[in-house]
Design a protein around this ligand. Structure first.
Ligand code: MLT
Length: 259
């Protein structure tokens, strides 16, 4: 069944869709909405189960999430878009690209990777999915994930950013976390999808990203036909939150090159 995602919107002009990371929600894009709404209609949906969006009972799959985004755009009579995603949002962007290629004018992939999970990584996701359901809370993610979500520089110098991200992780609903983990574990390799995309693409990575390290960004940029790669210094995995000025500058410069 299609879910009608809760969307935070700002601005007007060509549509820019930004898909959030796991286990956060669309509020992570507040700095981008503020900066990029001057030139674009910025649409930030909450993924199934997160923020203000219902989960429903479909089998876990990022294809469902990609189709939710397409239906959300249909409902607003938006045709093609600049599609951006960070980490899990990037996986969803690649699923969208596979399923709705004509709707992507340009692509922004931040702190994500095109490869499928190794069997060990997929098994770890299923373990976490079971554990959060059993505990009835996502608080175990604070211990397991929070240190890796943020770069060493942010952990040392930006306590407010750390507090904000911790609060988002703690509040992520357990059922949404479990569903998303199972969906991510099942996602396919997307290198072929990237190779067949011949429109402009921006790849962004934090130089201190431990979850999707710069080597993953280089591999995506090599697979894409027209890619620009930007590495953001002193930032970890959540570049748009840890280094919003540098992130926005990279995105604004990229958007300015689009026809
Ligand atoms: C994210 O930030 O969305 C996650 O690190 C994605 C993942 O678990 O692979």
């Amino acid at each position: 069944m299609r879910v009608d995602p809760y969307v935070i919107e700002a601005g007007s002009g060509p549509a820019l869709v930004l898909l959030h990371a796991f286990p956060l929600n669309a509020s992570m894009w507040s700095a981008q909405r503020e900066a990029l709404a001057a030139t674009h209609r910025v649409l930030c949906p909450d993924q199934r189960g997160f923020g203000g969006t219902q989960l429903l009972h479909d089998d876990p799959s990022l294809d469902e999430v990609a189709d939710d985004v397409a239906a959300m755009l249909d409902a607003r009579k938006v045709g093609d878009v600049v599609l951006g995603g960070l980490s899990m949002g990037g996986y969803v962007a690649m699923a969208f690209l596979r399923r709705h290629p004509d709707r992507v004018r340009a692509l922004i992939l931040a702190d994500t990777r095109a490869g499928a999970d190794t069997p060990e990584a997929a098994a770890n996701r299923l373990r976490i999915a079971d554990a959060v359901i059993e505990a009835g809370s996502s608080s175990l993610l604070v211990e397991e994930m929070l240190p890796k979500l943020l770069g060493a520089t942010t952990r040392e110098r930006q306590p407010l950013v750390q507090g904000r991200v911790k609060a988002l992780v703690e509040r992520a609903p357990a059922y949404a976390v479990a569903w998303a983990q199972r969906a991510m574990a099942a996602r396919p390799d997307s290198f072929g999808t990237l190779r067949s995309f011949d429109r402009p693409a921006l790849v962004v990575v934090g130089e201190e990203d431990e979850l999707s390290p710069p080597a993953d960004a280089h591999a995506m940029a090599e697979a894409l036909v027209h890619a620009t790669l930007v590495t953001i210094p002193e930032s970890g995995h959540l570049t748009s939150v840890e280094a919003p000025e540098a992130f926005n500058e990279a995105v604004a410069a990229f958007l300015a090159t689009l026809p």
